[in-house]
Structure formats: structure tokens, C-alpha cells
Design a protein around this ligand. Sequence first.
Ligand code: FES
Length: 69
Amino acid sequence: MVRSSKGRTPVYVCVCRAVTENEVHDCIAAGAKSARQIRDTTGAGGDCASCVRKICAILKRSENLMPTA
Ligand code: FES
């Protein structure tokens, strides 16, 4: 079993490109605002695209956590 540096089992968002949820979160924290930007950075969604809905859901959740001005 693969473990991350924190001892947790990584949660894969994109199986085709082996991109984890943490990598997507890191990408959003670095400024990504769309599934396309996440794809361009991590490759997630670049093959079968079945993960794009999951990526959009993660983006939506992160938007909801952002403080409003
Ligand atoms: S699961 Fe992400 S491109 Fe296939």
C-alpha cells in the first residue's frame, strides 16, 4: 500500500494520471481557478476526463471555503 509522507493513504482523484486530492488542493492553493488550469499543471483530466467532475467539485468546495470580501 502506498503511503504519503504524512502516513495517510493518498486519495487519487485522477487514476489515469495518478493525481491525488492533495495535489489538486496544492494546485488550487497556488492559484488554479479552473479544471483546465489544474489539468495544465497536474495532468489530471488529460486522458479519459472522467475525473473532471470530481475536480470541479473540489474547486467548488474550495471556493465555498474562501473568505468573501
Ligand atoms: S481519471 Fe483523470 S483523466 Fe482519466
